[in-house]
Design a protein around this ligand. Structure first.
Ligand code: HEM
Length: 422
């Protein structure tokens, strides 16, 4: 089944770049197109075959408004942008539609978010720093074994971010390969590299959901009988109004933390290093002064913006950027576009770890659905890059980087590097 959307009627074909997996494989061209949209049609109606019609929101101010006005723009079971058949397939295969935090709204969302929100408070996340340091040291030490050449994405960024999230969950290292193939198959399913033996991305997605279900059912049973202080125990034993979490909600709670927790951050890390290699002066500045890593991580997140968009449903007519969005319509919030808005960021197409406006990034969204793991992700980025720079004397490209072709979460999936040690 083709995942290349086709424009309907008089739809401006430029709007399709927001939902076309392959378009995210060439981010320079992608950004050139959305820069035009920001200038000429910042609230653009897009009709594509097999997709719900939606309004593409590309300016920072409008993505900001949609995210803040959650009273008007609701998250629903179709918050993750995807073609109709992806959702129809769930029904056909007898699989319930996802019900993670990003698909919930209102009181139910607040209640479910509260189950883990203590875990993700800044003070609690600060307490994870020694564990993140230890894991980062372990992976940065692999540079000593790789003999001057490796793929930073697959050898360091992916396994590092996976290990951090698995250690937060409290699951054994031996389960990491399984978790990796499951999450890559869920988010990057359109990318042929992750298809494996499956002929169709949907088969892969549904098969993965079933495997997640089996894995997490076992984990829940274990943590209900032997609770520890890990996040899996918090989710397994979570209660709302005195009742255990619904089975579907509990499954998807695990899945969102497992998936949102590592692909996103590893894409930021690989895309960040890719940019630093293109800007050796900035790389040197970071090596000389690790205190710059905080702002550098923000700039990396602005630049890479690995979560590409979300859908929101308008509950009433609403004027946005001079256009009336009718009640019942869908809007698509484009985070990478908002993060390059020339009205907000000075010289936005320039990567600059010292930029004073990096904090205005929208990569983690905003408002009631603001990314729970934002503090964890920032710490992971600062820590791993810092540990790598402590060890290398020189570092450079060792081949062309490659981007994954996926419209929801994507970024640099291969980053061959060559380096010498200090
Ligand atoms: C670079 C890394 C990451 C990026 C770019 C990112 C981005 C996002 C975005 C855009 C949202 C939706 C925000 C909105 O709708 O306003 C979100 C939600 C979420 N993220 Fe992240 N995320 C990252 C890392 C993480 C990590 C490390 C975790 C977990 C440890 C995590 C867990 C979540 C959860 C649970 C939600 C749902 C929150 C809700 O709906 O209430 N994310 N993230």
């Amino acid at each position: 089944m083709s995942l290349i959307p086709v424009a309907l009627g008089t739809t401006d074909p430029r709007g399709l770049v927001l939902i076309t997996p392959e378009a995210f494989g060439d981010m320079e061209a992608w950004h050139a197109t959305v820069a035009e949209l920001r200038r000429e049609a910042p609230v653009l109606r897009v009709e594509a075959e097999g997709w719900p019609p939606f309004w593409a929101i590309t300016r920072h101010a409008d993505v900001f408004t949609v995210s803040r006005r959650s009273d008007v723009f609701w998250n629903t079971e179709r918050s993750a942008p995807g073609p109709d058949f992806q959702y129809d397939m769930f029904g056909a295969l007898g699989i319930d539609l996802p019900r993670t935090l990003v698909q919930l709204h209102g009181t139910v969302h607040d209640q479910y978010r509260q189950v883990t929100s203590d875990w993700f408070r800044p003070a609690a996340v600060k307490g994870l720093q020694p564990a993140i340091d230890e894991i980062a040291d372990e992976f940065a030490d692999k540079l000593l074994e790789f003999d001057g050449h490796c793929d930073f994405a697959t050898d360091l960024a992916v396994p590092f971010t996976l290990r951090v999230i698995m250690s937060i969950f409290g699951v054994p290292q031996s389960d990491e390969p399984l978790m990796l193939s499951l999450t890559q198959g869920l988010f990057g399913a359109a990318d042929p590299e992750y298809l494996g033996d499956f002929a169709d991305p949907l088969e892969l997605v549904t098969s993965n959901i079933r495997k997640f279900e089996a894995y997490f059912d076992e984990l829940t049973a274990d943590r209900q009988q032997h609770p520890t202080d890990d996040l899996a125990s918090v989710i397994a034993n979570g209660r709302i109004d005195g009742q255990p979490l619904g089975e579907i909600e509990r499954l998807w709670y695990y899945i969102i933390v497992a998936t949102a927790g590592h692909d996103t951050t590893s894409f930021a890390l690989s895309g960040g290093l890719e940019q630093l290699l293109r800007h050796p002066d900035q790389l040197r500045a970071l090596e000389d002064d690790p205190s710059l890593l905080g702002n550098a991580a923000q700039e990396i997140l602005r630049w890479t913006s690995p979560v590409r968009s979300f859908f929101r449903w308008a509950q009433e007519d609403f004027e946005l950027g001079g256009v009336t969005i009718p009640k019942g319509d869908v809007v698509l919030t484009s985070y990478p576009s908002a993060n390059r808005d020339e009205d907000v960021f000075a010289d936005p197409m320039h990567f600059d770890i010292g930029r004073p406006d990096a904090d205005k990034l929208l990569s983690f969204g905003l408002g009631i659905h603001y990314c729970l793991g934002a503090q964890v992700a920032r710490r992971e980025i600062r820590t791993l890059l810092g540990k790598v720079f402590e060890r290398v004397a020189t570092i450079d490209f060792d081949g062309e980087p490659q981007w994954s072709a996926a419209h929801f979460v994507s970024g640099v999936k291969h980053l061959p590097i060559t380096y010498t040690l200090r």
